[in-house]
Design a protein around this ligand. Structure first.
Ligand SMILES: Cc1cc2nc3c(=O)[nH]c(=O)nc-3n(C[C@H](O)[C@H](O)[C@H](O)COP(=O)(O)O)c2cc1C
Length: 212
């Protein structure tokens, strides 16, 4: 982790993925069990999203393997003024669903979660953090566990809005895990939606964003 981000002017106004590319909704006809990915955790055709400005007081932090969570992020982006940081890992999950499950099972068994390779910026300007993730094994997905284990202290004192997608079984114990990993943050009411309903959820997302 770099310690001198605050002195680096360039890092405060980055936009490695254009807003225009963030506004499109990725169509997919595969959800839940069996959902393939592009083998690069949504990044085979575009750079990981990194929209950082000097004046935003909110940031959306997310990971997405097969695109559902990224679509949710696009919907949030349409509703609020927030910076966006997409987390990536050193070794992306396989395109194949079953291979991904096998790897995730192994990670969970060993309690060894994937290495985050995103350069995490100075987060001190943000009061609100929209943590956008997916249910894995009825808990928090592994890249998010890894992020919170390694960078959770940067979220001390902030208000966290948990926002997730799942394959129909809900958010499991992910909220408890978030609270455990972020003991000094305030966790607000969560929003979780089934993957196949994400694209038609604009209204629900808007309601949730305005009802806090
Ligand atoms: C390794 C793995 C484990 C999963 N475990 C669950 C689960 O326990 N419950 C559930 O409802 N969905 C589960 N899912 C489905 C995802 O939560 C769901 O498809 C989500 O929308 C994927 O988000 P993404 O497309 O942003 O990666 C799992 C998916 C994967 C790859």
């Amino acid at each position: 982790m770099s310690n001198d981000n605050s002195n680096n002017e360039e890092s405060r106004s980055e936009q490695s993925a254009q807003s225009s590319s963030m506004s499109k909704i990725v169509g997919t006809n595969q959800y839940g069990r069996g959902a393939k990915s592009d083998g690069q955790d949504t990044n085979s055709n575009e750079a990981p999203t990194r929209i950082l400005t000097e004046d935003a007081d909110a940031i959306v932090i997310y990971f997405s393997r097969s695109g559902n969570t990224e679509n949710l992020v696009r919907m949030i982006q349409g509703q609020i003024n927030a910076d966006i940081l997409e987390l990536t890992i050193s070794h992306p999950y396989p395109e194949d669903y079953d291979e991904t499950i096998a790897r995730a099972n192994q990670e969970r068994e060993n309690q060894e979660f994937p290495e985050i390779n995103t350069e995490i910026p100075d987060l001190s300007q943000y009061e609100r953090v929209y943590l956008v993730y997916q249910t894995w094994a009825m808990s928090l997905s592994h890249p998010i566990i890894s992020f919170l284990e390694n960078y959770g202290e940067l979220l001390d004192g902030k208000i966290i809005y948990p926002f997730s997608s799942n394959a129909g079984y809900g958010e499991g114990d992910s909220l408890e895990r978030i609270q455990e990993l972020l003991p000094n943050s305030s966790i607000e009411q969560s929003f979780s939606i089934e993957d196949k309903d994400v694209i038609s959820s604009q209204e629900e997302v808007a309601d949730w964003l305005t009802n806090d």
